[in-house]
Design a protein around this ligand. Structure first.
Ligand SMILES: NC(=O)CC[C@H](N)C(=O)O
Length: 197
């Protein structure tokens, strides 16, 4: 089982390390053709506008939509969550969605004003151990569609959600040495492989 990490911009090496820690072979994805050999994909944190631009430039938008249409799991963290959302808002107003795969409204830099970054332990539904999370100019999920399950909230704000084979969190799980959320994602990929045969 190979899981790719979209390697256009952002925390790529850290996600690869966390996946290896979860017992999975991780691959840095630089070309859309590589997706054919992969069973799951992580879209890392970084800067969503930059990641979106590079995805358009290198032909990743249609390729990742086709990957998702096969039911292959995708995990977006922080900017990666923004890239997955079908509605994006910022302090300046609405923005064009990038992949538009997950039915949710996200607000960029939502924790940015009060505190640029912070670290905390979270209880995520479906994971027994606490998940160590680092928030860096993090987005929050303002609203989710009927098919989306909320897995974690901080002070009443949604920070982790799942829509079937799509998982998204507004923090950086890869900047800690706990790989609990990566193990959870690896399990989603294994389950899809079992169903797909
Ligand atoms: N740590 C992050 O990925 C921050 C996301 C970034 N603030 C954005 O809006 O794209």
């Amino acid at each position: 089982m190979n899981i790719g990490v979209l390697a256009l911009q952002g925390a790529v090496a850290e996600h690869m390390r966390s996946l290896e820690e979860a017992g999975v072979k991780a691959v840095a994805v630089k070309r859309p053709e590589q997706l054919d050999e992969l069973q799951g994909l992580v879209i890392p944190g970084g800067e969503s506008t930059t990641i979106g631009k590079l995805m358009r430039k290198y032909g990743f938008i249609d390729a990742i939509r086709a990957f998702s249409a096969q039911g292959k799991p995708i995990f977006g963290t922080c900017a990666g969550l923004i890239v997955l959302a079908n509605h994006i808002e910022s302090q300046q107003g609405p923005e064009e969605p990038h992949l538009g795969l997950m039915d949710m409204t996200v607000l960029r830099n939502a924790f940015g004003r009060q505190r640029e970054s912070f670290e905390t332990d979270l209880n995520v539904h479906g994971i027994d151990e606490p998940v160590r999370a680092v928030f860096i100019r993090a987005p929050l999920i303002k609203a989710v569609g009927a098919d989306v399950d909320v897995l974690c909230e901080v002070n009443g704000e949604i920070v982790t959600a799942r829509q079937g084979h799509l998982l998204a969190c507004s923090f950086h799980p890869e900047l800690t040495d706990d790989a609990n959320l990566h193990r959870y994602f690896a399990e989603m990929v294994k389950q899809h492989l079992n169903v797909a045969g």
